[in-house]
Design a binder for this molecule. Structure first.
Ligand code: UD1
Ligand code: CA
Length: 459
């Protein structure tokens, strides 16, 4: 939509969070609370978007620094929502149009709802439109006072409300559309003679009514959407509802979630159809999972790219790894950043990889550490193999050519290279490069002393 700006109020401390972190930076489903209304405003076509910050203003500004359409305006002292909006005046200098006003702690608000609010507001040529909801329990919210014909008169805060006003169940969501000329011409004239000695943005409603300009209330059907997060109980509830939306969208797009209530997929993750996710998986960051994969229970995946037909078995942890197609991982494997696995690679139980590149069809099936390693295709890494990549000062690389067979319990003391098609015998500690097509064996020769046990006492 044209000529829409947004002001998002996020200066409050969030006292009830009992936290050293500003409320709007607490994450829900993978990103800070404030990122959700910013996205909703953007989705409704708002530009620019002004965040009014106060507590930890620097940290909040840092998070949004790379978003070109987000500006911040600092409210040094939190003197109320009206004062907060007044602080956005400079950031919106030169803007003339509709201003959406939102709160930074309402992550469930949808862009569609904002778009509907803007349409409602504009089609009726209102100066102010308040988004309202009818609540079973209106406790804590500002109440919407209408006259006997249903016309909006004012909004009264609970702390200032008379008993009959407290009985009103239609509440102010804290979300508004206002014409910039009316807003900035009048925001300076609201006072703070109220129970909290704050400058209430809501007083603009009575002011508009008194001036005879059009001031309306639009009730929303979904009260969940306007839910604000004030404490950690509400944070958990909001995160649960956000996850529910993410999971529902994934399922409708063709992804199977065995138990969506116990599947934790963050915003920003992409999963293609016919992938099956078992319970208690945590998938986050910029992860992309292709189709027809199986992700077994208790797996944690962050910032990974996973090709099609992969099977990630139970209890595996994957971080910053890049997998081709038909790769098999786990159970209980740990892929660390810089792991790059080509098609048909197999990583078995209790294998850890870090900055390990493996070519197509290579396998490390059991109990192995592969770090700072480049492995060709069709390589077999035997059980208990360790790349000794760290000498206490720096890291060194191990290079293993195509078709190599590494036997069980081999240590590769880096820097070292094993040439293509060679075989390293079980139990070998490799300290010098192995040429191609060779056998490397380094073992203490075995001695059998016959009858030795029989000479020992007592028997
Ligand atoms: C406000 C509304 C109330 C509405 C409710 C909906 C007013 C006076 N009341 O009450 O009618 O039902 O929201 O949730 O507006 N903030 C600032 N600077 C300030 C004060 C607040 O940036 O000086 C921000 C807060 O960080 C928060 C938002 O504004 O994001 C709302 O402030 P809050 O104090 O939570 O208002 P409520 O008492 O909930
Ligand atoms: Ca609030």
């Amino acid at each position: 939509m044209d000529n829409v700006a947004a002001v998002i109020l996020s200066a409050g401390k969030g006292t009830r969070m009992k936290s050293g972190v500003a409320k709007v930076l607490h994450p829900a489903a993978g990103r800070p609370l404030a990122a959700w209304p910013v996205d909703a405003a953007r989705g409704a076509g708002a530009a620019p978007i002004v965040l009014v910050t106060g507590h930890q203003a620097e940290a909040v500004a840092d998070y949004f620094r790379t978003a070109g359409d987000v500006r911040t305006a600092v409210q040094e002292e939190q003197l109320g929502t009206g004062h907060a909006v007044a602080c956005s005046r400079e950031a919106l200098a030169g803007f003339n149009g509709t201003v959406l006003i939102l709160c930074g702690d309402t992550p469930l608000l949808r862009p569609e709802t904002l778009a509907a609010l803007i349409r409602f507001h504009r089609s009726r040529q209102a100066a102010v439109t308040v988004l309202t909801a009818v609540m079973g329990n209106p406790d804590g919210y500002g109440r919407v006072v209408r006259d006997e014909t249903g016309r909006l008169l004012r909004i009264v805060e609970q702390k200032d409300a008379a008993p009959e006003e407290r009985a009103i169940r239609e509440i102010n969501s804290g979300i508004y559309c206002m014409e910039s000329d009316f807003l900035f011409a009048n925001i300076g004239s609201i006072g703070n003679a109220n129970a909290q000695n704050e400058f209430y943005l809501t007083d603009l409603v009575a002011l508009a009514v008194a001036k005879g300009v059009t001031c309306l209330a639009m009730p929303t059907g979904d009260a969940d959407e306007i839910m604000g997060v004030n404490d950690r109980v509400q944070l958990a509830e909001a995160a649960r509802l956000l996850r529910q939306r993410i999971n529902r969208d994934l399922m409708l797009s063709g992804v199977t979630l065995i138990d969506p209530e116990q599947t934790y997929i963050d915003h920003g993750v992409t999963i293609a159809p016919d992938t099956v996710i078992h319970p208690n998986c945590h998938i986050n960051g910029q992860t992309v999972i292709a189709g027809a994969c199986i992700i077994e229970h208790g797996t944690s995946i962050s910032d990974c790219r996973i090709g099609s037909g992969c099977h990630i078995k139970a209890g595996s942890v994957l971080e910053g790894a890049d997998l081709g197609n038909d790769v098999s991982i786990g159970p209980m494997a740990h892929l660390r950043p810089g792991t790059v696995l080509a098609d048909h690679v197999k990583i078995g139980n209790f294998v850890e990889t870090k900055k390990a590149v493996m070519g197509a069809g290579s396998k490390a099936s059991h109990l192995t550490y592969l770090g700072d390693t480049e492995i060709g295709s069709d390589v077999n890494i035997g059980c208990g193999t360790i790349t000794c990549n760290y000498d206490g000062v720096s890291k060194h690389r191990t290079v293993i050519g195509d078709g190599v067979f590494i036997g069980s319990d081999v240590q590769l003391v880096a820097p070292v290279t094993v040439g293509r098609n060679s075989l390293v015998a079980a139990g070998t500690t490799v300290t010098i490069d192995v040429p191609p097509d060779s056998l490397a064996i380094a073992r203490v020769p075995q001695v059998n002393k016959e009858g030795w046990r029989l000479k020992k006492k007592p028997y």
